[in-house]
Design a protein. Structure first.
Length: 427
C-alpha cells in the first residue's frame, strides 16, 4: 500500500498518543508469569504487541482484550507457562524475540522462536552469548540469527559487561535471572530504557540498581498488577517534529511517557531551539508522564552522541528530518546500533532524505546533515520500517509537491491509525 502526502499549511489540536510499545510488551510478559490477574490500560494494540500476546497465548496464558486498549492477563505464576505446540513467531518485533529468549531459557520445556524476514536478519548473538554463560542451551542459525532453538535448562547468575547499551539484552538477562539459582550482575556502557526494572519491582521482583550496574535476583513469585501504559514518546516524536517544522503550528500531545531514559529527543530539540513545554505531569507504576506542548520553531544544528544515543535511538530518523530544516550542521555519532534496527537506519534514513533533497551523508556511526534545505516531494520506500514510513510522512508535510511512501502498511507495527491522527491536525 502507498500513501501520498501533500504539504500542510498549519497543524493545530490536541491528541492522545497511543500506548508505549516497550511497556506494553513487558506488561504482557510479566503479567503472564505473575500470580493473579494483570489489568493493562492504554495498551498499544499494534502488530508488534500482538506478536507478544500471541506468544503467551500459545503457552497457555488466557489474555482477554476487553476493548482495543484494555487487556486482562490471567497470570499463570512463575512456573505456569506451558510448552508451545509450535514455533513462536515474533513477527517484526525484536523486543518480543530477545526478551522471550531470556524468559524461555530457564523453563522446564523446549521452544523455538522465529520472526519475519527483517527480524531473521537481526543479531541474536547478543543474547545467545550471555544466556549460554548462564547455562542456557540455546542455538541459533549460524549461532547468530533466528530461529532460536531453546532447550529449557537450569540457569545460574552471571557477571556480564554488555558490549552495547541495549534494553533488550539487559531485559533478557533480568528475565532469565528470575529462573536462575543465583543473582546476576549486569553492567551497561550507557543507561538504556529501564521499563523492565521499574515494572518488575512493581510486580514484587527484586533488583539493586546503581547507575549503570544492576543486580538482578531470582524470584519466588511475582504478583499481578494494574499497569497503566503511558503514551509512547517514540510515537509522539513524529508529532513533536511536525509541530516544530510546519509553520504556525501548536500541538498538545496528551499523556506522553517522560521516563528520563527516553526523553533524549526533548533535550536535543530544546538545545536546537525548539519551543517545547511540559504540563500536567504525573507518575504511574514508577513511569513519569505528562502533556507536551510544541510550537513552530527556528532550529539550529547540534551534535548528538555518547550517552544520549540510547535515550533517543528510535527517534533518530525523525530527528534527522528536523536537522534538514535547522540552520547549520547536525552531527549524529556513536549510533552504530542504527544499522541493526528494523532496517539499517543509517543507510535508509540517508536514502529517503536525500531523495527528498536533503544534504545528508552517512558516516560509519551516524550521519552528518547540513541545513536548512527545502525538501521536494518524491517517491520513497519505507523499507518495511515503521519509523521510516512515519518520518517520510512528516517530511511530506513540509516538502513541495507530493511525497509518496511505498509499503506504508508497516506503520501498523507501532502506530495503527497514524495517518488519521495526522490528518485530524491539518488546518
Ligand atoms: C527496546 C529497546 C531498544 C529499542 C527498541 C525497543 C525495548 O532496542 O530500539 O525499539 O523495548 O527494550 P535495543 O535494546 O536493541 O537498543
Amino acid at each position: 500500500m502507498k500513501l501520498t502526502v501533500t504539504p500542510a499549511k498549519r497543524l493545530a489540536g490536541e491528541i492522545r498518543i497511543p500506548g508505549d510499545k516497550s511497556i506494553s510488551h513487558r506488561a504482557i510478559m510479566l503479567g503472564s508469569i505473575a500470580k493473579g490477574d494483570t489489568h493493562i490500560s492504554h495498551f498499544l494494540m499494534s502488530d508488534d504487541c500482538l506478536s507478544t500476546i500471541r506468544a503467551f497465548r500459545q503457552m497457555g496464558v488466557p489474555i482477554e482484550i476487553t476493548n482495543p486498549e484494555t487487556v486482562i492477563v490471567k497470570g499463570q505464576g512463575l512456573h505456569g507457562l506451558k510448552a508451545p505446540n509450535s514455533a513462536i513467531d515474533a513477527g517484526n518485533s525484536g523486543t518480543t524475540a530477545r526478551l522471550l529468549a531470556g524468559l524461555l531459557a530457564g523453563q522446564s520445556f523446549n521452544s523455538i522462536i522465529t520472526g519475519d524476514d527483517s527480524l531473521r536478519k537481526r543479531p541474536m548473538d547478543r543474547v545467545i552469548i550471555p544466556l549460554r554463560q548462564m547455562g542456557a542451551n540455546i542455538t541459533g542459525t549460524q549461532d547468530k540469527y533466528l530461529p532460536l532453538s531453546i532447550r529449557g535448562s537450569a540457569l545460574k547468575g552471571i557477571n556480564y559487561h554488555m558490549p552495547v547499551a541495549s534494553a533488550q539484552v539487559k531485559s533478557c538477562l533480568i528475565l532469565a535471572t528470575l529462573y536462575a539459582d543465583t543473582p546476576s550482575r549486569i553492567f551497561e556502557p550507557a543507561l538504556s530504557r529501564n521499563h523492565t526494572e521499574l515494572m518488575l519491582q512493581a510486580f514484587g521482583g527484586r533488583l539493586d540498581i546503581y547507575n549503570n550496574e544492576i543486580i538482578a535476583y531470582p524470584a519466588n513469585q511475582l504478583y499481578g498488577q494494574h499497569v497503566h501504559v503511558p503514551g509512547d514518546i517514540s510515537s509522539a516524536a513524529f508529532f513533536i517534529t511536525a509541530g516544530l517544522l510546519v509553520p504556525n503550528s501548536t500541538l498538545v500531545l496528551k499523556g506522553v511517557g517522560l521516563n528520563p531514559t527516553r526523553t533524549g529527543i526533548l533535550d536535543v530539540y530544546k538545545e536546537m531551539g525548539g519551543d517545547i513545554a511540559i504540563e500536567n505531569t504525573s507518575t504511574s507504576g514508577g513511569e513519569p508522564m505528562g502533556d507536551i506542548i510544541v510550537k513552530t520553531s527556528n532550529l539550529e544544528g547540534t551534535v548528538i552522541g555518547g550517552q544520549l544515543i540510547p535515550r533517543l535511538i528510535d527517534e533518530i530518523p525523525v530527528i534527522a528530518l528536523a536537522a534538514t530544516q535547522a540552520q547549520g550542521t547536525t552531527i549524529i555519532k556513536d549510533a552504530q546500533e542504527l544499522k541493526v534496527k528494523e532496517s539499517n537506519r543509517i543507510a535508509t534514513v540517508v536514502d529517503i532524505l536525500s531523495r527528498l533533497g536533503a544534504d545528508i551523508e552517512a558516516t560509519d556511526d551516524g550521519m552528518v546533515i547540513h541545513g536548512p534545505t527545502p525538501l521536494k516531494g518524491n517517491q520513497v520506500d519505507s523499507f518495511g520500517d515503521h519509523r521510516l514510513a512515519m518520518m517520510a510522512a512528516i517530511a511530506g508535510l513540509i516538502a513541495q509537491g507530493e511525497t509518496t511512501i511505498n509499503s506504508w502498511e508497516c506503520v501498523n507495527i507501532s502506530f495503527p491509525g497514524f495517518y488519521d491522527v495526522l490528518s485530524s491536525l491539518q488546518k
